[in-house]
Design a binder for this molecule. Structure first.
Ligand code: BTN
Length: 244
């Protein structure tokens, strides 16, 4: 693989509960190099954001976890999320997909989720010492029963292989990792260029009530900034739902 450190050490598993669990445990008991990746053909208890289950079919989805040691200040935690979402978006665009990032970091194609990200950080002395970045991508799994999900196979003629997809992800993460350290504002700018519904009127629900707002941005704390009746409002994760 044409990378300096991302994906230079790959641990391949045929079956595991969750690649994130595996990498978190292993990184606590062994010293692992930055860029180590765990990839599994099958996950028996894949985890998603907000304690959701992430289901995937054996060999038909990409399930990986990547170890990074960014040493960023915790105030940059959400910028780190933006960097990963952006990298995944760019990697998938290289497969002839047109992707958008939906707040906080879902990757959509045609308004449906094709990939998800679960980042689990360990903090020491106000720095992100270790980050386990879990990425799940629907490649050609049957997800027709999930109305808001899609797979790569539904959108392109030439479906990338798992190794091809992995290489694209590693290259884009590595490229943007340098940018994150040197030009963090650029990451923020590129994230917003690929942001779902930016500048558009979107319907939301909050505590069972509906409202419309214009999506403005995601701030440094990871809050969604929405313009409602001419005023900016700030929402935390889980506080509002997109009606799509
Ligand atoms: C989400 O959108 O809810 C996040 C999904 C993250 C799924 C990936 S698959 C590889 C890694 N291992 C896990 O248990 N979860 C992440």
């Amino acid at each position: 693989m044409d990378c300096l450190f991302v994906g230079q050490h790959i641990i391949e598993l045929s079956s595991v509960d969750s690649t994130n669990n595996y990498l978190i445990d292993l990184s606590q008991s062994t010293s692992l190099v930055e860029g180590t990746i765990v990839i599994a053909k099958e996950q028996t208890a894949g985890r998603g954001q907000r304690n959701n289950i992430w289901s995937s079919e054996s060999d038909k989805s990409l399930c990986i976890s990547l170890l990074l040691k960014p040493k960023l200040d915790i105030s940059q935690q959400f910028l780190f999320n933006k960097f990963i979402a952006l990298s995944l978006c760019q990697a998938l665009n290289k497969c002839s997909l047109t992707t958008k990032i939906k707040w906080p970091n879902d990757i959509l194609v045609d308004r449906k989720k094709v990939a998800g990200i679960l980042i689990e950080n360990s903090i020491r002395a106000s720095k992100i010492e270790k980050s386990v970045v879990g990425i799940g991508i629907n490649i050609n799994n049957n997800i027709s029963h999930i109305s808001k999900a899609t797979s790569i196979a539904e959108h392109v003629k030439t479906i990338p292989s798992i190794p091809q997809l992995l290489e694209l992800i590693c290259k884009n993460i590595e490229k943007n990792y340098f940018l994150l350290k040197q030009k963090p504002l650029k990451i923020d700018e590129l994230y917003h260029l690929n942001f779902f519904q930016k500048g558009q009127v979107q319907k939301f629900s909050k505590n069972g009530e509906f409202f419309d707002g214009i999506i403005n941005s995601v701030n440094d704390s990871g809050q969604l900034v929405v313009e409602v009746n001419g005023r900016f409002e700030f929402y935390n994760m889980g506080e509002i739902k997109f009606m799509i």
